[in-house]
Design a protein around this ligand. Sequence first.
Ligand code: NAD
Ligand code: WQD
Length: 401
Amino acid sequence: QVTSCFACYCDCTLPLLRFSSLLLLLPPLLLLRMSASVPSSSDLPLHGRHILVTGGAGYIGSHTVLHLISSGARVTIVDNLSNSNLEALARVEKLAGGIKLAFYQVDIRDAVAMEKVFQENKFDACIHFAGLKAVGESVAQPMKYYDHNAGGSLVLFQLLTKYDCKRIVFSSSATVYGVVQENPIKETAPLGTLNPYGQTKYVIEGILRDLAVAPVPEKESPWKIVILRYFNPIGAHPSGSIGEDPLGIPNNLLPFVMQVAVGRRPEVNVFGQDYPTSDGTGVRDYIHVEDLALGHVAAIEHGIFGGALCDKSCDSFNLGTGKGASVLEVIAAAEKASGKKIPYKVGPRRTGDIAACYADCSKANNLLHWRAAKSLDEAVADSWRWQSQNPHGYAAPENKL
Ligand code: NAD
Ligand code: WQD
């Protein structure tokens, strides 16, 4: 089912788009000075590339779509809206200067509907975000996770092959490192899984690695595959108009903390204070979603269309900050950003959690020419701007738990 499929990709809008996110924040005088150095659309790194973005209405997808457009790409989004809201795309359109996004409300497991998308478009590359991500739900309903994540990916990979678009950036996760043996984690660390969700990421990575080494039939192009292993994405667009909008009770720390700050929940449950970390609480590598979005632009630019993969067909990169922060440090950052006291209660450890997990990002720094630029404080401040401007996310309050 195609709910809307229209696009305005005229060159006249592109220079504006490149700076749209900055324009929102800068004073008018500075804007005038910047406009003198706006590049022409053909200077933009992804000028004219048509990128299929699965899951593009979601949290990371929506931020990435905005940066792809700002980098000159044409974007077509496929999303079944199972964990997202069309309002996110309406806001991306606005942030991007009033363009109309090409969008298909399609489930990636629906091979017939997906084939129609490929028949109607010629893609240069795909960024594959679509999938389910709730660890607890994956333990309760593993088949659902194998179906959406692994099954859906198979449909997609078959169509990418059939329509000769064998260039993909895949959303993987630090969860594929399983029980972490050494921090910071390098891409060469042993892989393992802790739950069915992680298992689906591990399996999909394996399928992609197998595709990359399979012999290529004559006249077919080889695969170019970039696997991105995200650490803990947080934050929101600096305007506060797009951000993370979990359905029901948030599983992840930062959205939960934000909902306490905004008054939707009474207190944060801290899952254990007996870990071998500085304050006893779990340590993670929290990366601003804007940095993450730019990591995808870098992956497409340098990994898919540039020389970062050298003679390889497939490579994996960590996307994190390289620094860990504890649960109590995150709560303190949220108190600073919101100016509110955030009550918390220390409880038992959450099953399956590990003490600490943070990335060695030197491979992405060196080969993708990408580095996370934003601090924990900036990320939490942007999360707070999003949450305080949209206390109930994209939907009306009566639809929210
Ligand atoms: P999200 O739920 O906000 O976005 C995923 C999008 O995919 C949603 O818009 C959802 O509606 C869509 N979707 C789900 N199943 C689909 C299907 N069968 N067909 C079509 N669309 C479908 O999640 P996110 O945080 O933006 O994550 C994006 C990707 O990054 C996911 O693959 C996730 O596993 C991965 N990831 C996320 C995190 C994180 O903490 N947010 C960390 C590591 C990896
Ligand atoms: C962070 C820290 C918790 C909630 C998960 C997935 C992983 C990836 C990112 C997709 C931990 C503590 C949390 C709360 C708490 N997702 N915590 N109270 O567990 O590192 O990773 O999301 O790929 O696969 O497993 O992130 O945000 O759930 O937890 O104390 O209410 O916060 O124990 O130390 P995690 P998280």
